[in-house]
Design a protein around this ligand. Structure first.
Ligand SMILES: [Zn+2]
Length: 353
């Protein structure tokens, strides 16, 4: 519902509906109590004849009304307050990667139980996953600078206990020692095959599928793989891998097989957040870069969202092809705009069928 130039009848309906979309569009005041509220206020409704509408809180105050204590119509709207709390929590997690989540919830003024749900609804990640991603990012940076492994692990916020070394191992996709040596002990197996969109390269590490690349010829696909994992050992997949490849190809060829293979999603915390959000876009639908930025609670990060889409190495599995310009124009695609158009056409047809 749009609330620009609403007449009073529509405004009253929004009040009756307690429509949160109407918050910020106007306030309403009650003559008998002398109080004004935001449209979504949970308080009992007054009689229509005693209600007056004002453009904003300042206008209601000028007319002699006091703000409601319950809905606090002079503060930012509740959704913005929630997003601000999560944004604050994210900053705190980045500064202090050892902070306990109970303490963090208290810090931003939310109960620990609600905090977990709120954080996930805004970022698409649990607070623990976010914290983990930041620890890993710090650990990577420290190891790349050549710091000793033990020191780097502790400095990144992993507590001094062997279980956390294993945690570091899990999130780096390799042990800290291997990572410091530039991933040189890591093996990436790959296989090439034909799919509906041309040639396809699928690669896996010990952690799962780590790349799904599309192209016209095998040589350029292998070069792309080298660019993504410059230090890793590359070898052709064995028979078992070719069997798993069938599952990936079925997904690419749109046979609606949900991919159950473990995925090895590498990337920064922000990229992971974007990639999680992309996986929430249903087949047959598209979103703009702006919408994706909003869905992760970071409406200004439009260009960063576009970069995260471009950095995706798991074609189709993480459906970056479902993100288009606000105008509806396709915009770029790592594997060619023609393939993007073809994918979207196919998904629309499947959803209509
Ligand atoms: Zn109120």
């Amino acid at each position: 519902m749009k609330h620009t130039n609403l007449n009073d009848e529509r405004r009253w309906q929004a009040v009756l509906d307690r429509d949160p979309q109407a918050d910020g569009q106007f306030v309403f005041a009650v003559l008998t109590t002398g109080i004004f509220c935001r449209p979504s206020c949970r308080a009992r409704h007054a009689l229509r004849q005693n209600v007056r509408f004002y453009a904003d809180a300042a206008a209601a105050r000028d007319a002699g009304f006091r703000p409601c204590k319950r809905c606090q119509p002079e503060n930012a709207d509740p959704q913005q307050q929630r997003i601000a709390k999560v944004a604050r929590a994210c900053r705190l997690l980045e500064q202090d990667t050892t902070i306990r989540l109970e303490a963090l919830a208290r810090e931003v003024g939310v109960s620990p139980y609600h905090f977990h749900r709120l954080f996930k609804s805004v970022t698409g990640m649990t607070p623990k996953a976010w914290q983990q991603a930041w620890r890993t990012k710090r650990l990577r940076a420290a190891l790349e600078k050549g710091e000793p492994v033990t020191q780097a692990v502790l400095a990144a916020g992993f507590p001094a206990s062997s279980s956390y070394y294993r945690e570091a191992d899990n999130t780096l996709g390799m042990t800290a020692r291997q990572y410091r040596r530039g991933g040189s002990d890591v093996t990436v197996r790959y296989a090439l095959a034909a799919c509906d969109l041309g040639r396809c390269l699928v690669a896996e590490s010990a952690r799962g599928i780590c790349a799904v690349l599309l192209g016209d010829d095998d040589a350029s696909l292998i070069i792309e793989l080298q660019t993504i994992f410059p230090q890793a050992q590359r070898e052709e997949g064995d028979a078992g891998f070719y069997a798993r490849l069938e599952t990936v190809l079925a997904t690419i060829n749109g046979q609606n097989t949900a991919l159950q293979l473990p995925l090895d999603i590498r990337g920064t915390a922000f990229q992971q957040q974007v990639w999680h959000a992309l996986q929430e876009i249903p087949a047959g639908e598209t979103r703009s870069y702006q919408q994706v930025a909003q869905s992760i609670g970071n409406p200004r990060a439009v260009r960063a969202v576009a970069s995260a889409c471009a950095a995706n190495t798991l074609a189709i599995v993480i459906p970056c092809h479902r993100v288009v310009r606000q105008s509806g124009a396709l915009s770029g695609y790592r594997w060619g705009e023609g393939r993007k158009a073809q994918l979207l056409r196919r998904e629309t047809q499947q959803e209509e069928a």
